[in-house]
Design a protein around this ligand. Structure first.
Ligand SMILES: Cc1cc2nc3c(=O)[nH]c(=O)nc-3n(C[C@H](O)[C@H](O)[C@H](O)COP(=O)(O)O)c2cc1C
Length: 174
């Protein structure tokens, strides 16, 4: 099983969580970590390269900090252009069929905020529906997402432990 981790963080240098997560998962064999904002500082994507990367892997992870209940903009741009008609969906668009997709996010809001009646009113499962619908359309298996919450209050030790949990989840979830 080959895993591609697409990290979409606009400022990984100042990140505590996503930076550490990427470094942790990178330690493992058969995992390729692709830091979108580092590879494309001017945000001009090489679509063919991105599609080749997807074809070469079985499990695809979108890892990002939750921004405005969604992903940072370069990942949306990546989806708009890389998941093309006739390639990822539509007539002949079967290139990703049978692969797996995992969404992995960190949130500033605590876990209680992501409950019915909580501060944000909606659960992560609900808020991540556009990714689930995308997965359905491109024919990938949608694996239960991985989320860490309330990360601003995390100690260095808590970040280390959650990075290990993250790597374990990415490598073992079914
Ligand atoms: C532009 C922006 C939008 C954000 N939107 C949300 C949000 O919708 N929900 C939330 O819980 N946290 C939100 N946050 C907090 C980030 O999710 C949090 O800082 C991030 O997950 C921390 O990860 P990092 O250490 O890798 O940067 C936002 C932060 C920024 C800068």
């Amino acid at each position: 099983m080959k895993t591609l981790v697409i990290v979409a963080h606009p400022n990984l240098e100042s990140s505590r969580v996503n930076k550490r997560f990427a470094e942790e998962i990178e330690k493992y064999e058969n995992v390729y970590v692709h830091r979108l904002y580092d590879v494309y500082p001017d945000e001009t994507l090489d679509i063919q390269r991105e599609q080749e990367l997807l074809l070469a892997h079985d499990r695809i992870v979108f890892q990002f900090p939750f921004y405005w209940y969604s992903a940072p903009p370069l990942l949306k741009k990546w989806m708009d252009h890389v998941l093309a008609y006739g390639w990822a969906y539509g007539t002949g668009g079967d290139k990703l069929h049978g692969k797996q997709l995992i969404i992995a996010t960190s949130t500033g809001g605590p876990s209680m905020a992501y409950t019915a009646g909580g501060y944000n009113q909606y659960t992560m499962s609900e808020l991540l529906r556009p990714f689930q619908a995308t997965s359905n359309l491109i024919g990938t298996k949608y694996i239960t997402p991985f989320s860490v919450h309330g990360v601003r209050a995390y100690s260095d030790e808590e970040i280390k432990q959650s990075a290990e949990r993250y790597a374990h989840y990415i490598l073992n979830s079914k």
